[in-house]
Design a protein. Structure first.
Ligand SMILES: Nc1ncnc2c1ncn2[C@@H]1O[C@H](COP(=O)(O)OP(=O)(O)O)[C@@H](O)[C@H]1O
Ligand SMILES: [Mg+2]
Length: 267
């Protein structure tokens, strides 16, 4: 659930304005669903994109931790991501100010030219150095759902949430990968496995999605049994989530991941 800008503590707004100058207009983002605030600020100096989250009473809480991960990884991924300009932290809130990207969300449907841009970006990301900053771990994220999570471990920098809304494309055809909230260190092929439900959502069959990701070396190099095991763990993660929370996007993700697992496991 997003928060209204005017509900932010006054001191936080003052600190943000110290960075941006006076704000003429605030335009909340139409997509995304994690940070409490995700808005474009129009200022006399141009646009800046702000994400902010509220801490829990006595600690950071998941949304603030996500923002801290985004901030920590940003210098290492500036080739792909909008640059982090500043941070503001006060009154139990953390806010990050990013370069604003004038772009449209990607289209991952079959035949879309964006798929080539996606492939190029993912190829580059797969061999990008993984910085030594706090991140989630591929092994730990799915340990609850797999008998042996060791194959999910690795040293590759993974975005892990490459959905169409997190992949902005400018009029010049430049791609920006945004929303590094779930940045993870793990096995390279995990990035591709996590992309599969988004490809299926865009209309690919599970088989076509699985074949599309097989263009990446890490996929071909991964033991098929590990991919099968992950497909089952991934589906189980979202089946469980859909039982805990009645949310349309969670139900849909449970369905998408179940379809891929059924294809892999020939159910
Ligand atoms: N730097 C940016 N410039 C322009 N729009 C952005 C920028 N970052 C995010 N957005 C827009 O805001 C939406 C939500 O941001 P995102 O980082 O994905 O947050 P969430 O964690 O809430 O999903 C994105 O889907 C995109 O439309
Ligand atoms: Mg997002």
């Amino acid at each position: 659930m997003r928060t209204d800008w005017t509900d932010l503590p006054k001191e936080l707004r003052t600190q943000i304005e110290a960075h941006t100058g006076s704000i003429d207009r605030i335009v909340p983002a139409p997509t995304g669903n994690h940070a409490d605030i995700a808005s474009t600020l129009e200022t006399s100096d141009g646009r800046v994109f702000v994400k902010a989250a509220r801490k829990l009473e006595d600690r950071d809480g998941p949304e603030v931790m996500s923002l801290r991960r985004e901030a920590a990884v940003n210098p290492a991924v500036c080739e792909y991501a909008p640059r982090l300009r500043w941070q503001a932290e006060t009154e139990g809130w953390l806010a990050l100010g990013f370069d604003h990207v004038q772009g449209r969300p990607a289209d991952f449907s079959a035949g879309s030219p964006d798929l080539e841009i996606l492939a190029k970006t993912v190829h580059a990301l797969q061999s990008a150095p993984c910085p030594d900053v706090p991140m989630l771990s591929g092994g730990k994220r799915w340990q609850k759902f797999a008998d042996d999570p060791a194959p999910f471990e690795g040293v590759t920098l993974l975005h892990t949430d490459l959905n169409e809304d997190n992949f902005l494309i400018t009029d010049q055809g430049r791609a920006f990968v945004i929303d590094w909230a779930f940045v993870t260190r793990g096995a390279a092929w995990l990035e591709l496995a996590l992309l599969i439900p988004w490809l299926i959502k865009a209309g690919h069959t599970p088989q076509a999605a699985d074949e599309w990701v097989s263009q990446f070396t890490s996929w071909g190099d991964a033991p098929p049994a590990d991919l099968d095991m992950f497909s089952a763990a991934f589906a189980e993660q979202w089946r469980t989530a859909s039982q805990v929370r009645d949310d349309a996007w969670i139900t849909r993700h449970a369905d998408l991941t179940a379809r891929w697992a059924a294809y892999r496991l020939k159910e």
